[in-house]
Structure formats: C-alpha cells, structure tokens
Design a protein around this ligand. Sequence first.
Ligand SMILES: [Zn+2]
Length: 462
Amino acid sequence: MSQSVVEDTSVADYRRLRAAHLNEVTAALDDHVGRLDWSREQIDRHRTARLRALLGYARERSPFHAERLRGLDPATATVADLAALPMMTKQDAQENWDAIVTTRDLDRVRAERILAEQTWFSYTPGGEQIFSSGGSSGVRGVYVWDWQFFVSAVCLAWRTQAREEQRQPSTGVSRLAVLSAGEPPHASTPLFDVPTAPGMETVVIPVGAPFDDVLAAVAAAKPTHLVAYASVIGRLARAASRGELSISPVRVSTNSEPLLDEDRQAIREAWAAPVHNLWGSTEIGVQAVGCARGEGLHIAEDEVVLERVDENGVPVAPDEPAVRTLATGLANRTFPFIRYDLGDQVTLLPDPCPCGSAFARVADIGGRRDDDFRYGSITVPASAFRYVLGTDPRISEYQVTQTAGGANILAVGDPDVGHVSAAVVAALRVQGLADAAIRIQVVDRLQRLSGSGKLRRFVPLR
Ligand SMILES: [Zn+2]
C-alpha cells in the first residue's frame, strides 16, 4: 500500500468517527441548552453531584489524585471542601502524566507517539483525542480528551449560540467560517468546526496563512457565522469597514485571546452582530462563554468549578482581588484536573445579567496579547512562531526576541536546532518575510519577570 493510501484511510477513519461524535453532540445539545435556564439551586445540586462523581473516580483510578485526595470523603464533599486540596500546576500535570491519566491504555509515551505519527486528527481505540498546545503560558502540554469530555466541551462552547439560533431560526443557508489552526495537534478545529443549527455548513480557514489569503478565503466562504481568535476577527472587521471584505455575519464567536475593546468596537461598527466571547483552555475545555446580551462571560458552572484564590491557594471573597484562578473540570474523567492553576485572573460581576441567566458571570478576561512583529511593511503575527515552537515535542518552553531581520529564540529542551530553524524560516516566508535570520539558543531556563513570575514570550524590536 502506498503512503497516500494509508493516509487517506486514516483520514476517512477519523471522519467517520467524527461524524458519530458530532451526532453525540447534537443529542446532548438540547440538554445543555435547557440547562441555561436552570435556577441557582439546580446548578448547585448538579454541580455538587458532578464534583462527588469526579473526586470519587479520580481517587480510585488516578494515583496522583488518590494521594492528594486523602482525607477527603468524595461522598460528602462540597465545592467549599476543594480549598483543603493542593493546587495543581501545569508543571505538575505534565510531569506526572502517567500517574494522573485514569486509563491503562494510555501513557505519556504513547500519547507522544500518537502526536508524532498521526497524519491528521485521530482517535485512539478508546475514543480519545490527543492534543498538544503551547497555550498562553508557552509551556508545551499534552492533553487527552475522552469521548464524553469532548461532547461536554463542544456543548459548552456552542450551547449559548445554539439557543439563539433556536429562538430566531435563520432563513436560507447558514454557513459557519471557522478560523483556527486548522490542523493537528491543536484542539481548536475539532472544538469549533461544529454546526450550531440544522443544515448549517462549515468551512475551516487556517489562520496560519498570510492575512490577505485569510481575507480572500473568508470573502469566498460568504459566512453567516464566524468563529475565530479575537485578534483575527478584529482584523477582519476593520478590513470590512474599509470596504475590503463584503460579508454579513449574523453572529460572531471569539476565542483563544483576550477580546480587546478595540476589536469589539470594530466588530460592532462592521457588522452590528452579537458577539459571544469564549474563555477556554486545552486542559479544562471551556470555562465561560458570553451571552451577547450582558457584559462579561457566564461561567459554565455545571461542568467547571472555578475558585478565585490568593497566592497560597486560599479562596478570596467575591469582591476581593484574586491572584490566581483554579479550575476543576467536572467532565474530564480520563485526565482529571482538580484545582488546576489556569494562570488567568478573573473578576466576578456581582449584578444579575440582563439575559436572566443564574450562571455566575466574570468580566472579560484581561491580560495582554502577544505582540506582532513588524518588519517594515510586513507584519508577522506571534502565532507564526507559536505554531512551530509551541508544538515541537522537544521544546518545553521558548522565548522569541525580534531582531532587525528575524528573531533570536531561546528554547528549553532538546530541539533539533537545524530543523526548527528551517521550520521557523519557512513559516516567516509564508508571512512575506523572506530569508529571515533565525538564531536558536538552547538554554536550561528562561528569565521571568520579577513580581508576576510571568514570562514575556514575544519581545518586539523597539
Ligand atoms: Zn447573560
């Protein structure tokens, strides 16, 4: 059998299972839409039961969590009892992978092999999907999404929009343009390439391409619905306002980056479409989604517990500033995250939302976005580097500093410098920067900013 036949077979296998999976999503979505109308009491009752189920399962099947959950009785545990448990960092999760995962069919070595060998997205024999991401922190992680966890995450990502579609069914063809990484190992395309209304068509447009190509692809797709990174939508909206893009989306969904006021404003001016902002992570899936009727985002409290805590992991009062946000994902049985440090700070919005939902609200997630690098008239988005560096299994962390004709890259790990350098040069050429000078230096650790402990991942030339 030739290589291409092998690849075609694996892609066809994936598509068939994916179709089955999306039917599972469709079946679950009605339940999820219904939950949006739950009372506070219903949310709390459901959440407590889900938490007890998670803790009980994790204690039996995950040696890592069994150790941490000693002294807690899952049968009677409440959300408040989580405060007695230690926090879980990204480093904890990635360094204790085999002790955390709850299925004997998977370990880190096997997950890495799947990532290295798959030619397209794929499912394990157990129905899991393996994803990898540099995430906003830039530290590479490997993640497993089991069959039911994926269903939960997709429902959380889309139930708010699905309810609006049900309330106001569109006449004619609806078409969703999905602007995402477009390829493995990122979870974004499987998560967002989902029709939210009967008969909706979807088209995936990879955002790694030069912006003019993305613009042309969006124009050709004539989408009625858009989902994309916040910065990409902002750029599209500004192009539309300048008359360079003629589309009329009725709904816009943003994700993966802070939604800046300037982008929200640009979307409003270009299309006057409702905007659903999503805050998620590859670890937890989806933490919160905006309803497009009130400010901020509603926490998916039926599937995620969020704790706002101080530097020691002690919960703070709703009106007190928090240093970290810890998340416990109630739907992920195969790789449980319990009191996981998301690395974001959130502020609670105390007032009831105009939409009437009883789900708690957080303000728009702040933070700064990675800077684009400008070389004369050429703009290279940080994602061009991130796609190469953030998904290389031999790079655990990196920092990119712009130079006049390219960049200096510090990499922690054991990368094939020649290979990575060539891949970065190729990625920059796609963005219009020919023959970039890329210097890669392998280091033991990166210098973090004093105080916050955060790392400036992309340092533009001043
Ligand atoms: Zn609302």
